[in-house]
Design a protein around this ligand. Structure first.
Ligand code: HEC
Ligand code: HEC
Length: 373
């Protein structure tokens, strides 16, 4: 049902990024061509101004309505060093259905906001709202340079929204790009989930923001009656990534938060067989089993010829996955969208993890055998 938007969006995004690298585009399209075209209903229009989405109790002083709940996912998305703040609002008397721990169901009328600042300056605020027909509305609001106004950005997004290092600039994604990331799996909400809000936060997670105070996590949502149906096992044992070491836990968490929305078992990229999204029941074996010692399916332009494996245990420099994370060459870089500057801390973390995987490889393999369905 969602695949057409995803595919179209991905095509558009790749077309822009990959102008001149036709071979890569053909590869991406070949991977995606299984998606079918299904007509969609005309989308609702988001409000013209951010204040009309109801985020603020008082727009003059930018006081956020205290009824909204602030939250911070433990494995945030890297956006070139942007500082982010996030809020959720549920209609009075409603609750989230958490019975599927990997795809929560949000009531109609749920609203979510994510604000992006660079160097203390608000640049954009993104907005999601669940419509009566179950579809999500996507919008981005760009802040004026004096910070007094935030206006709806056109569906096509906005380039050069804020200058970054090395002559690059932050771009506000167009709606088709939002959907490539947000509609690539089972839930369109990506950072408000059991793992992301677990009270057992990973101390090694990269770029974490402090849990906002007041704010919500898994326990407080259940206590307030805002999350129902959460399996008892998750209430007793808060979700955490099972891993062979602290480095591996943080690395898998990073891959979940930054890659798993595209690379998972449901979305249009499933045929690639690269599964970086944490799945509650699977004990993380998909992310290990689909990377460690696994051949790169199609080498990307710019990848070194000795990188034949996605992860070559003990050899970070020969691991295709790390080469893609450490690059911003358009045809090679991962993620392909939403970032212009290499996440140096992530490259470093993945390097440490791959260097030590030698030690854990055997254990992972054994577990994998034992854990197969
Ligand atoms: C590169 C992939 C990517 C793109 C492009 C993207 N998002 Fe997101 N978005 C994420 C991820 C991953 C999260 C959760 C992690 C986080 O917040 O750090 C998220 C979080 C959000 C949230 C908070 C609720 C949630 O899902 O956790 C909102 C609201 C949001 N995005 C709106 C948008 C809108 C609107 C656009 C387009 C203008 C957009 N996003 C583009 C990946 C993306
Ligand atoms: C917006 C969607 C999206 C996100 C997010 C994303 N990828 Fe990808 N990835 C793709 C697509 C599409 C391809 C196939 C085309 C290509 O190879 O460029 C791909 C291919 C790959 C490959 C090559 C697999 C092979 O065997 O050929 C690797 C490795 C990879 N991605 C790693 C990552 C990592 C690591 C992250 C997070 C840091 C990430 N990706 C985030 C869309 C995404």
């Amino acid at each position: 049902m969602r695949s057409i938007a995803t595919t179209k969006g991905f095509r558009a995004a790749r077309r822009r990024r990959l102008a001149g690298t036709g071979a890569m585009l053909i590869l991406a399209l070949a991977l995606l061509k299984s998606a079918e075209a299904i007509p969609q209903t005309a989308p609702a229009r988001p409000p013209q101004n951010l204040q009309d989405t109801g985020l603020y109790a008082d727009f003059e002083s930018l006081r956020v309505d205290p009824k909204h709940l602030a939250f911070a996912p433990q494995y945030p998305l890297w956006t070139d060093g942007a500082i982010k703040r996030r809020w959720i609002s549920l209609p009075p008397g409603t609750a989230i259905d958490g019975s599927d721990p990997d795809a929560w169901n949000f009531p109609v009328g749920t609203r979510l906001w994510k604000e992006f600042s660079f160097n203390g300056q608000r640049i954009e605020t993104r907005y999601l709202e669940r419509q009566a027909d179950g579809q999500w509305l996507y919008a981005a609001y760009a802040w004026s340079s004096d910070g007094r106004e935030a206006q709806l950005v056109s569906e096509r997004g906005r380039s050069a929204a804020y200058p970054l290092a090395g002559g690059r600039s932050h771009a506000i994604p167009g709606v088709s790009d939002c959907k490539v990331c947000h509609q690539g799996g089972r839930s369109e909400v990506l950072g408000f989930s059991a793992l992301q809000l677990s009270p057992e936060r990973d101390p090694g997670a990269l770029h974490t923001e402090a849990r906002p105070d007041p704010g919500v996590d898994l326990n407080s949502l259940v206590e307030k009656g805002l999350l129902v149906g959460l399996p008892r096992s998750l209430q007793e044992n808060p979700p955490r990534i099972a891993a062979g070491s602290a480095t591996e836990r943080a690395a898998l968490g990073y891959l979940h938060g930054n890659c798993g929305h595209c690379h998972n078992e449901q979305g249009s990229l499933k045929n690639l067989g690269l599964f970086l999204r944490h799945v509650s029941e699977a004990n993380d074996q998909p992310a290990l089993a689909s990377t460690i010692g696994q051949p790169v399916k199609t080498p990307a332009p710019g990848q070194s010829p000795d990188a034949v494996l996605r992860i070559e245990p003990g050899h970070p420099d020969q691991s295709g996955l790390l080469q893609r994370v450490a690059s911003r060459y358009p045809a090679l870089q991962m993620p392909p969208l939403g970032t212009e500057v290499v996440d140096g801390e992530a490259a470093e973390l993945l390097r440490r993890w791959i260097a030590e995987t030698d030690v854990f490889r055997r254990g992972a393999r054994l577990q994998e055998k034992g854990g197969q369905k």
